[in-house]
Design a protein around this ligand. Structure first.
Ligand code: SF4
Length: 261
């Protein structure tokens, strides 16, 4: 309401109050004369129509890669590896599902193994076959296992991430975070006596540390009450054969635990 209209309304109220105090109970409108209301309306400035703001089209941004968020997985609620695998399903919980994986590489071996080897993630050959550690580093791991007087059938082998990172790159933190509950579930079901963590990603993920593998290796650690021995990844040993001696020392510690040395 403009100041002018407010002033007229105030004046009208004062006038009516004065007439009321003077005994007037009814006001008759003179034919043809404008009512107080219409006078106010006539005095009120005509508001110019306000044009509705024109909505501007937002700039089109590149669509982000949307990875569906899944409810957390309770690792303790599974009683068999098959149940864990069923829960994993055709997993799309991280971006490795769209990174060119052929299949999920879950794990292989004895579901009641006393000794579990945990690696990093599947490589090209593992992705093709759906079995962990079957490429060149897998052949070396098989030799290591046999040198420890075990066999691939008596141990269990799996990885931190179950899908091949594109170009065999390192798994990224968000990928590890998405996949780790299934590794935990596997370990919770198997309940091994000893875990051998192969390389930095397995050791750091299971131990929740960022200590370099060079400092972790060879030292007994504990993962949820299970003894854990960090050592070098076979792929690293293929690149640095001089380090095999240290890895062998670590594996001998494991053999000692099983009375095999
Ligand atoms: S890496 Fe693990 S979490 Fe990611 S898509 Fe594969 S199975 Fe799912």
């Amino acid at each position: 309401m403009s100041d002018e209209v407010k002033e007229i309304a105030l004046e009208l109220r004062r006038h009516l109050a004065w007439q009321e105090s003077d005994g007037t109970r009814q006001i008759l409108k003179t034919p043809g004369a404008p009512s107080a209301l219409s006078a106010m309306a006539a005095a009120a400035p005509v508001a110019a129509p306000v044009a509705a703001p024109v909505a501007r089209a937002a700039p089109v941004a590149a669509a982000p890669v949307v990875v569906p968020v899944s409810p957390p997985v309770d690792a303790s609620r599974f009683s068999t590896l098959d149940e864990v695998r069923t829960e994993l399903g055709d997993c799309k919980r991280c971006k490795l599902c769209s990174g060119g994986r052929k299949q999920i590489v879950f794990g292989v071996g004895n579901p009641k193994a006393e000794l579990v080897f945990v690696g990093e993630g599947p490589g090209e050959e593992e992705d093709k076959q759906g079995v962990p550690f079957v490429g060149a580093s897998g052949q070396l791991l098989t030799k290591m296992i046999e040198a420890m007087k075990f066999s691939r059938d008596t141990v269990y082998i799996c990885n931190v991430v179950k899908c091949r990172p594109p170009g065999n790159r390192n798994p990224e933190p968000d990928e590890i975070q998405s996949c780790e509950p299934f590794l935990k579930a596997q370990l919770a079901v198997i309940k091994p006596k000893v875990i051998v963590a192969l390389g930095k990603f397995a050791a750091q993920t299971l131990l929740r540390v960022d200590t370099p593998i060079t400092r972790l290796r060879g030292q007994w650690r504990s993962y949820e009450g299970i003894e854990l021995m960090p050592t070098y990844h076979p792929a690293y040993l293929l690149r640095q054969p001089d380090e095999k001696k240290k890895a062998w020392m670590d594996l001998q510690e494991v053999m000692r635990k099983f009375g095999k040395l």
